[in-house]
Design a protein. Structure first.
Length: 221
């Protein structure tokens, strides 16, 4: 009988050990809460041109698509607090049909804009409140590269690009973005016009407005 009791005690201890080990394993394997979310937004945009020669090229043009990634502090399942912009990319293809007096010039813009992050991988920083993301630093190293093709009377004159196709390179420079205004669920946002560049060839001031729609959200532990 003593042997039977001893065996029962051994089985009980082994069973308790398995339960404790199982609970410990579950605790170790339990996922940590998200400290932040990497949120990718697909972008649509309009570019507004002004200050062109005799106003001939002034106007608003649709550009895109683009892509933006924000790392946002997690407040449970919600977004809020500190924000870092990690990625920005925009396709800038559009055509300007400039007319003044009896002259007409068509300028085809085929460029691409991106941002260069700093050593910490950050492009810009800000704070996201209930609905508004207010940027506390400029967008770092925004640059534009590509080609522009000019055909017509203004080419090579009054600050217009030369006739034919020529390279365009706007070197990295800081740009101050307007606040991002979000919907209640942080799924979409809009940004009012912000100046992104001023140039002499071609002579123009460029402003951009953005509309973003969430594509995916990834937990950062």
């Amino acid at each position: 009988m003593g042997s039977t009791v001893a065996k029962g005690a051994v089985f009980l201890l082994v069973g308790l050990g398995l339960v404790i080990a199982s609970e410990t394993a579950r605790g170790e394997d339990a996922p940590a809460a998200c400290g932040a979310w990497d949120v990718e937004y697909l972008l649509a945009a309009n570019v507004q041109l002004s200050d062109t020669a005799m106003g001939a090229g002034d106007g608003v043009h649709r550009i895109g698509p683009g892509r933006l990634v924000l790392r946002v502090e997690a407040q449970g399942e919600k977004l809020g607090g500190r924000v870092r912009m990690l990625f920005y990319d925009m396709k800038d293809g559009f055509t300007v049909d400039a007319k003044a007096l009896f002259w007409e010039t068509v300028v085809k813009n085929n460029t691409h804009t991106s941002a260069t992050p700093d050593a910490a991988g950050t492009i810009a920083e800000g704070t996201l409140g209930e609905r508004s993301l207010r940027w506390e630093t400029p967008v770092n190293g925004l640059r534009t590269d590509g080609t522009v093709t000019c055909e017509g009377s203004f080419c090579g004159r009054f600050g217009a690009p030369p006739t034919g196709t020529s390279d365009v390179h706007y070197p990295p420079h800081p740009v101050t973005f307007s606040p991002f205004e979000f919907d209640a669920e942080k799924k979409t946002f809009t940004m009012a016009y912000s100046i992104v560049s001023k140039s002499e060839t071609p002579r123009q001031t460029s402003r951009i407005t953005l509309a973003g729609r969430e594509a995916r959200r990834t937990c950062v532990r």
